[in-house]
Design a protein around this ligand. Structure first.
Ligand SMILES: Nc1ncnc2c1ncn2[C@@H]1O[C@H](COP(=O)(O)OP(=O)(O)OP(=O)(O)O)[C@@H](O)[C@H]1O
Ligand SMILES: [Mg+2]
Length: 230
């Protein structure tokens, strides 16, 4: 399947979700391609760190694509991989539209802050527009990321996201936790973190599993896994 992780807000957690999903799927034995379609190249930097600590054995394939090449190349790569994950930038770019055109699934992280949530309508319009141009279905899912550990903001934000008839909200919220930044800066997925962050792993497991199960993609949940170099 082809997944685009996107949206039109910077810093919502797109690269975090994209890299964690890539690691999560590759650990299940799937052959995964991670496409970096953001000029900031966060996903590429992540992979470079990962290659460094795993001595070149990151467990997946990575490439950089921009503009319409995203569409053309992903179509070419599609038969060669089990899953393709495309990390896009936080704007409505040619790259993101090209990615959506060849994607089955659109994952859109939102932070539970009003500025982020105000972009829902614009993301819905983008999805609706792409759906009119695209022969195959585009399933869109919102994920509440960097959620507050306490308080009622998450519930209010989740309710707001659930109201969309265009983008399906996927519970639970992924709470803001240090382990996300700590693992990412070492080229690791949260499931590989040391110390083990059981809550973060459980939230990721539930969100990824809920989405994949909708498409009958076989998947396991993790408690913690070792990186190959260890
Ligand atoms: N659940 C989380 N808990 C704590 N920190 C998080 C979480 N998700 C993301 N972050 C942190 O938030 C910052 C932005 O995340 P990330 O780079 O994934 O966002 P992005 O949407 O890809 O940003 P950009 O629009 O710049 O591409 C990073 O420092 C990341 O480590
Ligand atoms: Mg990013």
């Amino acid at each position: 399947m082809v997944f685009t992780v996107g949206g039109i807000k910077g810093g919502s957690g797109k690269s975090t979700i994209a890299t964690n999903l890539t690691v999560w799927l590759s650990k299940q034995g799937y052959d995964v391609l991670l496409v970096d379609a953001d000029e900031q190249e966060t996903a590429t930097k992540f992979t470079k760190w990962r290659e460094h600590i795993t001595q070149g054995n990151s467990g997946y394939t990575a490439t950089i694509l921009t503009g319409d090449a995203v569409r053309q190349q992903v179509l070419k790569f599609k038969p060669k991989f089990d899953h393709i994950i495309i990390d896009t930038g936080g704007r409505d770019t040619t790259s993101q539209r090209a990615a959506l055109f060849v994607s089955d699934v659109y994952l859109v992280p939102f932070n539970p802050r009003s500025f982020d949530l105000w972009t829902i309508a614009d993301v819905e319009n983008l999805v609706k527009e792409v759906r009119t141009l695209k022969p195959d279905a585009l399933h869109a899912f919102s994920i509440l990321n960097r959620a507050d550990p306490k308080g009622s903001d998450n519930k209010d934000s989740a309710e707001l996201l659930s109201e969309s008839t265009v983008i399906d909200y996927t519970a639970p919220a992924i709470v803001s936790r240090k382990s996300f930044a700590n693992t990412a800066s070492n080229g690791l997925g949260v499931i590989e973190g040391n110390p083990v962050d059981e809550k973060a792993i459980s939230e990721l497991n539930q969100v990824f599993s809920a989405i994949l199960s909708k498409f009958n993609v076989k998947n396991n949940v993790y408690s913690n896994v070792k990186i190959d170099a260890e």
